[in-house]
Design a protein around this ligand. Structure first.
Ligand SMILES: O=C(O)C[C@@H](Cc1ccccc1)[C@H](O)SCc1ccccc1
Ligand code: NI
Length: 186
């Protein structure tokens, strides 16, 4: 299980590297990495456990954030209407975004990051709909199409695998300026 002490913070060069491709068959270390990252997300969304262990809630976690420069990220997007049926629960291995909608989207509250302690205000414009090619645990290539909030989370995590942080995408001069056609997600 990871705790906040295990989360690498901005300034550590590992967050600015492009991760190495994960090889198959998965090593025991990579299997444990995937399990531990997803476990962090599950526990961080359990209010009682998160409070007791001072975990920041997360809907995504990328391997570089726990110091492993590999192409692997976990995503757990909760479903407020049906808590035991998350909107998206997936481990993305070697993910590549192969299609981006022209339509842009941004979270109305901006974004945060478990690896960035400071608050960086501003909209983070992203694609509203994306198609991701990734490998599953057996090494088979899979395709995932997501839109809206799950798509924002996947883009945030895949950015981590390529050395990008959310505030890189905030317009420095006009942080709350948005193209009028951008979908604002609350
Ligand atoms: O640092 C991370 O990668 C995890 C982020 C992912 C994320 C933040 C903003 C927008 C999309 C993805 C954490 O989940 S930040 C905390 C959080 C928790 C619940 C909902 C939104 C943000
Ligand atoms: Ni992040």
């Amino acid at each position: 299980m990871y705790f906040m002490k295990d989360i690498v913070r901005d300034g550590d060069p590992v967050l600015r590297k492009v991760g190495t491709k994960v090889k198959f068959p998965l090593s025991e270390d990579d299997k444990n990495l995937a399990a531990n990252m997803m476990e962090y997300l599950v526990k961080s969304q359990d209010e009682e456990y998160a409070e007791k262990h001072q975990l920041r809630a997360g809907v995504g976690l990328a391997a570089p954030q726990v110091g492993v420069s590999e192409m692997m990220a976990s995503v757990l997007v909760p479903n407020d209407d049906e808590p035991d049926k998350p909107l998206l629960k997936i481990t993305l291995i070697n993910p590549v975004i192969v299609r981006n909608s022209v339509q842009r989207a941004a979270l109305s509250e901006g974004e945060g990051c478990l690896s960035v302690d400071k608050d960086v205000p501003g909209f983070v414009p992203r694609a509203d709909r994306i198609t991701i090619k990734y490998d599953d645990f057996e090494g088979n290539s899979q395709t995932l199409r997501v839109k809206g909030y799950p798509a924002i989370v996947c883009q945030h995590e895949i950015d981590h695998l390529n050395g990008h942080l959310y505030y890189d995408k905030i317009d420095k001069k006009e942080p709350f300026e948005l193209d009028p056609s951008t979908v604002v997600i609350s």
